[in-house]
Design a binder for this molecule. Structure first.
Ligand code: 5AD
Ligand code: SF4
Length: 441
């Protein structure tokens, strides 16, 4: 039998890219590839790129430059660029960096085997189409390979919201939802392979409206209730959501669906109505705060996480203060905050930019506040008994590491429970980025 070829994938950006990288590895598995953890012995290197903020493309070019030596030593080595930079830059990547053999956009990963064969044959392979066929159906995973206890499952892709700063509607295209039965089948398959927790992914996942078995479009809440019936699946999460798509059923599910975890990533981006309007967010600070209140009424211990942008064009100090006020009011358990980054082709790129030093200053102040809140949320767990799904062994002998229902990392010393076990753990202390607990029962 021929030696398997080795594939090295480097993944940048969001969880959807992590999911996509797994699917690409599986698609190339059918071409005789096995994954390797280093580029040095690879027959193919794939960069799965992200375009959400500036310099992403530059990072890709400099990363590619680092593979020059490898390619010189090993002329058979094939180099590919996938993901959102591939979608945005297309053939330009091969013009600027001729050693790239293959460029593939996120909607064409199911065509990777053909593209790989073309590249192997010495041709340049490029595909950044938005094809009609269902790529997920062509990307079905290899049967029954064992998996860890947690997995991502993409149920929706693309975005129709067109926030004025964001490239996603251009790189990932319009919103598309996968049919309910296919999502459920994939979930069942994951569970058979050892998965206990599934995070449903979508750029705008709560706008999910997949075809249901009854011929009508089902909401995300309905999909979650269907997944709730999957035996052996213990935990369900979803990300990322838009405030305007948080419907009543989904809010209610947070209170009534035991498998749906008490953690919600619900980005607001800014706290000033003027800025929210210019961002084309179609909600106000007030409506967001009222929404959070309703979610907390349904599930009082839910941990809210958010995304923030500081220094959006024309943001004044007063506007920024409104963001700080909103953060004070909501009280976040987790948060991601960014300086506004100009994305060519998006509406905000044309507007008056905030000076870099002001952006830096605002980011620092916002992050100080968010860090305090995050710490407080983590420290508040001490003394509580929480559900933990153990994911892997820790660094110390006998130690296991898992995630709590609220997504905090938790270490347990002298833990006999193997990965994949769900257990009750009493939290005994709170460290820099994780909690320590002891196993009960
Ligand atoms: N600049 C800064 N942050 C951005 N995000 C999206 N586009 C930009 C941009 N141009 C952030 C938003 C989004 C997260 C995924 O990335 O906060 O929610
Ligand atoms: Fe981008 Fe999210 Fe806005 Fe869609 S909803 S445009 S993905 S920030």
């Amino acid at each position: 039998m021929a030696e398997p070829k080795k594939l090295f994938i480097k993944t940048y950006g969001c969880q959807m890219n992590v999911y996509d990288s797994e699917r690409m590895a599986e698609a190339l598995g059918s071409q005789g590839y096995v994954e390797t953890q280093t580029p040095d012995d690879a027959d193919m290197i794939l960069l799965n790129t992200c375009h959400i903020r500036e310099k992403a493309a530059e990072k890709v070019y400099s990363e590619l430059g680092r593979f020059k030596g490898l390619k010189a030593e090993k002329p058979d080595l094939k180099i590919g660029v996938a993901g959102c930079v591939a979608q945005a830059e297309g053939a330009e990547i091969m013009r600027r960096q001729p050693m790239v053999d293959l460029v593939v956009g996120p909607q064409s990963y199911h065509r990777l085997p053909e593209l790989e064969a073309k590249a192997r044959g010495g041709e340049k392979a490029l595909d950044t189409d938005f094809p009609e066929e269902d790529k997920f159906e062509h990307l079905k995973s290899r049967p029954k390979a064992a998996r860890g206890p947690t997995a991502f499952l993409t149920v929706q892709e693309g975005c129709d919201k067109f926030c004025a700063f964001c490239v996603v509607p251009y790189t990932r295209g319009a919103e598309v939802s996968r049919p309910v039965d296919r999502v459920v089948r994939e979930a069942q398959d994951l569970v058979e392979r050892g998965v206990r927790e599934i995070t449903l992914l979508g750029q705008n996942v709560n706008a999910y409206h997949g075809a249901g078995p009854d011929g009508t479009d089902w909401s995300l809440a309905r999909l979650i209730w269907e997944l709730d019936k999957v035996d052996g699946l213990e935990r369900i999460r979803f990300t990322t959501s838009h405030p305007n798509d948080m419907d009543d059923d989904l809010i209610e599910a947070h209170g009534t669906c035991a498998k749906l975890m008490p953690y919600l990533h619900l980005p607001v981006q800014a706290g000033s109505d003027k800025i929210l309007k210019r961002m084309n967010r179609a909600h106000t600070a007030e409506s967001y705060i009222r929404l959070i209140e309703r979610i907390r009424a349904a599930r009082p211990d839910i941990l809210i996480s958010g995304d923030f942008i500081v220094g959006f064009p024309e943001e004044t100090e007063e506007d920024f203060q409104a963001t700080m006020d909103l953060v004070e009011e909501v009280n976040y358990g987790y948060a991601y905050s960014f300086k506004y980054s100009t994305r060519p082709g998006t509406p905000a790129a044309e507007r008056a930019q905030v000076p870099e030093d002001e952006k830096n200053d605002r980011l620092q102040r916002l992050q100080a506040l968010l860090t305090t809140q995050q710490r407080a949320a983590q420290d508040a767990m001490v003394g509580k008994t929480v559900g933990i799904l153990f994911e892997r062994e820790g660094r110390l002998p006998g130690q296991m590491v898992g995630k709590s229902d609220h997504l905090h990392a938790v270490h347990v010393a002298d833990c006999p429970a193997p990965a994949g076990t769900l257990a009750q753990v009493r939290i005994i202390s709170s460290g820099a980025n994780s909690l320590a607990g002891e196993l009960l029962g």
